[in-house]
Ligand binder design. Structure first.
Ligand code: BJW
Length: 227
C-alpha cells in the first residue's frame, strides 16, 4: 500500500446522500445561473437571492447523512499507516460526520458565515440575511456564506500543493474535473510520481490524465477500492 495518500472529492460522493451535484442532468447549474449565485458580483447585485440559495442548501444539511463512500474514506485514514489528506470541494459536512480528520474544505463550508468587513468566521446553522449583524464587529449586511465563489482563491492552497507534491497515491472521487484549480491536481500528483486513480460514476473531463479509472456509484466503487 502506498505511504502518502491525497484524496480529492467532489459533489458526486455526496449524490447518494441526497445532495445535488452541479453539472449532472437536473443539477444545480441547470436550475440556477452560477453568475447570479456563485460569484462576488452576483452577491453585490442581489444578496437576498444568494442568501436564499445558500439558506435552502444549509437547511437541507440536517436531513442528510454520510453514505458508505464517506465512511470508507474515514476508515482508510484511521487504518492507514501513512498520512491521508482529504481535500474536498464540497461545502457539506458529510466527511467530518463520517469521521475524517485530516480534511481540507477548499471551497469553504456551508455551516459557516464570513464577515466581509472584519474577516471573522462564525459557525452558522440558521438563515443568513442582509439584516443579521456580524457577531464580531456588530455591523449588519456584511455576513456572507463562507464559500469560495468563481473568481475567488480557494482555501488552503499552500497546504494542498504541499501534500500533492509529496504523495504516492492520488484518488479523485465524484468530481467532473471542470473547475480549476482542483481539475489540475491530478497533473500535480503525477509530476510528483504518484499513481493516480479516478473513481467516478462516468469518465470525467480529465479522466485520460489518470493512470487508472474505475467507473460506478461512489457508495460501491470507493469501499471496493480502499478496502
Ligand atoms: C458521481 C455520482 C455517484 C454523480 N458516484 N460519482 C478558464 C480556464 C481555467 C480556469 C478558469 C477559466 N475561466 C475561469 C477559470 C477559473 C474558475 C474555473 O475553474 N472556471 C471553470 C468553469 C472553467 N475557477 C475559479 O474561479 C476558482 N478560483 C480560482 O481559480 O482562483 C485562482 C487560482 C489560480 C491559481 C491557483 C489557485 C487559484 C474558484 C472556483 C470556485 C468553485 N465554486 C463552486 C461553488 C462553491 C460553493 C457551492 O457549493 O455553492 O464549487 S462551483 C461548483 O463546482 C462547486 C464545486 O465544488 C465545483 C466542482 O464541482 P464538482 O464537485 O466536480 O461537481 P460536478 O457536478 O461538476 O460533478 C459531479 C461528478 O460526480 C460528475 O462527474 C458525475 O458523473 C459524478 N457523479 N453521481 C460517483 N453517485
Amino acid at each position: 500500500m502506498p505511504q502518502r495518500i491525497v484524496i480529492l472529492t467532489g459533489a458526486g460522493i455526496s449524490a447518494e446522500s441526497g445532495v445535488d451535484t452541479f453539472r449532472d442532468k437536473g443539477g444545480i447549474w441547470s436550475r440556477y445561473d452560477y453568475r447570479q449565485v456563485a460569484t462576488p458580483e452576483g452577491f453585490v447585485a442581489d444578496p437576498a437571492l444568494v442568501h436564499d440559495f445558500y439558506n435552502q442548501r444549509r437547511s437541507a444539511l440536517a436531513g442528510i447523512a454520510p453514505n458508505p463512500a464517506h465512511y470508507a474514506l474515514a476508515r482508510l485514514e484511521a487504518e492507514h499507516s501513512g498520512p491521508v489528506t482529504l481535500v474536498t470541494q464540497n461545502i457539506d459536512e458529510l466527511h467530518e460526520r463520517a469521521g475524517s480528520k485530516n480534511l481540507i474544505h477548499m471551497h469553504g463550508e456551508l455551516a459557516k458565515a464570513l464577515c466581509s468587513r472584519c474577516g471573522s468566521r462564525h459557525e452558522w446553522r440558521g438563515a443568513l440575511s442582509t439584516e443579521v449583524p456580524c457577531p464580531a464587529c456588530a455591523e449588519a449586511g456584511c455576513l456572507r456564506p463562507d464559500v469560495v465563489w468563481f473568481g475567488e482563491m480557494p482555501y488552503h492552497m499552500e497546504r494542498i500543493y504541499e501534500a500533492l507534491g509529496d504523495c504516492d497515491l492520488f484518488l479523485a472521487v465524484g468530481t467532473s474535473g471542470s473547475v480549476y484549480p482542483a481539475a489540475q491536481f491530478v497533473q500535480e500528483a503525477s509530476r510528483a510520481g504518484a499513481h493516480t486513480v479516478e473513481l467516478n460514476l462516468e469518465p470525467s473531463e480529465t479522466f485520460s490524465d489518470f493512470d487508472e479509472a474505475i467507473h460506478g456509484p461512489a457508495s460501491r466503487v470507493v469501499p471496493d477500492y480502499v478496502e
